[in-house]
Ligand binder design. Structure first.
Ligand SMILES: NC(=O)c1ccc[n+]([C@@H]2O[C@H](COP(=O)([O-])OP(=O)(O)OC[C@H]3O[C@@H](n4cnc5c(N)ncnc54)[C@H](O)[C@@H]3O)[C@@H](O)[C@H]2O)c1
Length: 254
């Protein structure tokens, strides 16, 4: 008879997750806790963060939570400083916080560009940079950036979002090369359209069209992204760095 129980994938790891109050970030926090990680989570939505943190604690997770806007360097620094104070090391960063604006080229403005890149560009960079500093000193660590199919495939209405997610794809390659000799792995996941609060904000027409572009004919679930993130973050992926894993129901296979 085969033994079906396996050791928790992230047992004892200290994991930071940005934008963890909702959607993919929250599902990742739940998955990481089930896999034995101790969590440090942040979000700029204080009420949602409090609720998420309480839910995680109720299910038995060890969680520190911090209100932090990843657009603000001082707040990101405090998030990392406080996490180090609490746990004294950081094994995993999931740079997840992002916004998903829907705009065609005609609708897009320079303000929308700046606002989007402040989160999906600068916010991802700052979190990656602070994590890299700490992990390099430790000589170990794993960073996972949230990219998107929108970075790779053109879609109507993603004239700003698509280029912004390309930042995560670029950070992954360049951080991976710099940090590989220092024992730090850096990867990305590129989700297809996933059923989260961010996607609820898109127009019905927009969602219908995008879902129709996924060969599996449905949206993904946040847990399906969390599973891929947990694998890349774990020691099971010990020889994987610089990879960008599509989790997209076949979207990028077309
Ligand atoms: N849902 C999808 O279809 C999809 C597809 C591809 C990639 N992604 C990426 O996955 C990530 C999560 O997306 P989601 O669908 O779960 O979104 P979501 O809106 O459901 O959740 C995002 C979370 O990030 C937080 N957040 C946003 N801006 C922040 C900031 N400046 N500082 C701190 N927290 C902030 C929000 O409050 C929220 O809790 C994003 O990077 C997104 O680009 C999502």
């Amino acid at each position: 008879m085969s033994n079906t129980t396996s050791a928790p994938r992230l047992d004892g790891k200290i994991a930071m997750i940005t934008g963890a109050a909702k959607g993919i970030g929250f599902a990742t926090a739940q998955k990481f806790a089930r896999e034995g990680a101790k969590l440090s989570i942040c979000d700029y939505d204080e009420a949602a963060l409090k609720e998420a943190s309480e839910m995680l604690k109720t299910s038995g997770a060890t969680v520190e939570s911090f209100v932090c806007d990843v657009r603000e360097e001082a707040e990101v620094k405090t998030f990392f400083d406080e996490t180090m104070k609490a746990y004294d090391r950081i094994d995993v960063l999931v740079a997840n916080a992002g916004v998903i604006p829907e705009a065609t080229i005609e609708q897009a403005s320079s303000d929308l560009w700046d606002d989007t890149f402040a989160v999906d560009g600068k916010g991802m960079f700052l979190c990656g940079k602070f994590a890299a500093e700490i992990m390099t000193k430790q000589g170990s660590g794993s960073i996972v950036f949230l990219s998107s199919i929108s970075a790779y495939g053109g879609q109507v209405g993603q004239a700003v979002y698509g280029p912004a997610k390309y930042v995560a794809a670029g950070l992954t390659k360049h951080f991976a090369i710099d940090l590989a000799p220092k024992g730090v792995r850096v990867n990305a996941v590129s989700p297809g359209t996933i059923d989260t609060p961010a996607v609820d904000k898109l127009s019905d027409d927009g969602i219908k069209k995008v879902v129709g572009m996924h060969p599996m004919g449905r949206m993904g679930r946040p847990e399906e992204i969390a599973n891929g993130i947990a694998f890349l973050a774990s020691d099971e992926a010990s020889f994987i760095t610089g990879a960008d894993l599509p989790i997209d129901g076949g979207y990028l296979a077309q």
